[in-house]
Design a binder for this molecule. Structure first.
Ligand code: C2E
Ligand code: CA
Ligand code: CA
Ligand code: CA
Length: 278
């Protein structure tokens, strides 16, 4: 009946286009994917510019679909957010990332793990407790993980999302503000947020070449962030020139294809700390 209904909807409502139908099918497949462990994480290194050492990895989810192959998050995170599926998916990501980190730590690594968290997860009352519970289960210190949130996740100043973040930060978990500079980026209210790091969106990094002065916006953003006690991470770093420029501008950490694309755990070169990259 559902199948027939879908066809009929398409007939009677021309605004329900193929994308909506694709979305509907994806949603049906989500639950299946979770049960069959089709969601996997890839890891992209973050490099401290001072000594060019890998200090952590960001976990990025992919859907290893039996028919469609590897599906990237830009295709399904939005749908997962709209349907609420991001809540169980986010929990799976948290657990997978923490287990991987525990394994690397057990091998002697000192790396940290960045984990993306969406607004809907932060609005779940039990979220912060669950994070601490998973850390405990995996034998991880709170300071070894970093939750990456976006500005839209915390627009409501009084809300539960902000309270949970503040609680997690107080417990020692790092919190970074992702995609800074992508949309409206205001410094005024940054001060009120329970964050420890600022991640500069790659749209700010892309125009950088290799001279200190070529982006006054980037260099002054870095200065302001550091005056607020925040560490600065540059995303989407693709060239050696950008590395030089960011280093000159005082950026702490860089991440991007210049160092490595996100790769499966078995393709991460080594987990021992102090690996030198260039
Ligand atoms: P993001 O959090 O901003 O992650 C960075 C994205 O930029 C990743 O895309 C990464 O592969 C890509 N990237 C890294 N370095 C470079 C570079 O040098 N150049 C360019 N052009 N791109 C680079 P990816 O993995 O496709 O993820 C896209 C977005 O999906 C992420 O953006 C994040 O918002 C979301 N996402 C990924 N995993 C999760 C997750 O587990 N939970 C949630 N809620 N969202 C996730
Ligand atoms: Ca991120
Ligand atoms: Ca980002
Ligand atoms: Ca993002």
């Amino acid at each position: 009946a559902k199948q027939a209904g879908r066809g009929q909807f398409r007939f009677y409502d021309p605004s329900l286009n193929l994308t909506s139908i694709e979305e509907f099918q994806l949603e049906q497949a989500f639950g299946d994917g979770l049960r069959k462990h089709q969601f996997v994480l890839h890891y992209q290194p973050q490099v401290r510019l001072e000594n060019m050492k890998v200090i952590g990895y960001e976990a990025l989810v992919r859907w290893q679909h039996p028919e469609f192959g590897l599906i990237y998050p830009d295709r399904f995170i939005g749908i997962a957010e709209r349907s609420g599926f991001i809540v169980p998916l986010g929990m799976e990501v948290l657990q997978l990332a923490c287990r991987q980190l525990a394994q690397w730590r057990a091998q002697g690594s000192t790396v940290c793990m960045g984990i993306n968290v969406s607004q809907l997860q932060l609005n779940q009352p039990g979220f912060s407790d669950k994070v601490l519970e998973v850390l405990e289960e995996c034998g991880l210190e709170p300071g070894w993980i970093e939750l990456e949130i976006t500005e839209t996740a915390i627009v409501d100043r009084e809300g539960i999302a902000l309270r949970q973040l503040a609680m997690l930060k107080a417990a020692g978990v790092s919190i970074s503000l992702d995609d800074f500079g992508r949309g409206y980026a205001g410094f005024a209210h940054l001060q009120a947020l329970p964050i420890t790091k600022l991640k500069l969106d790659r749209s700010l990094i892309a125009p950088l070449s290799n001279s200190h002065d070529d982006s006054p916006i980037v260099s002054s953003t870095i200065i302001l962030a550091k005056r607020m006690g925040l560490q600065v991470v540059a995303e989407g770093v693709e060239t050696r020139g950008q590395v030089v420029s960011l280093k000159l501008a005082g950026c702490d950490i860089a991440q991007g294809y210049h160092f490595s694309r996100p790769v499966a755990a078995e393709d991460v070169p080594e987990f021992a700390s102090g690996r030198e990259v260039s």
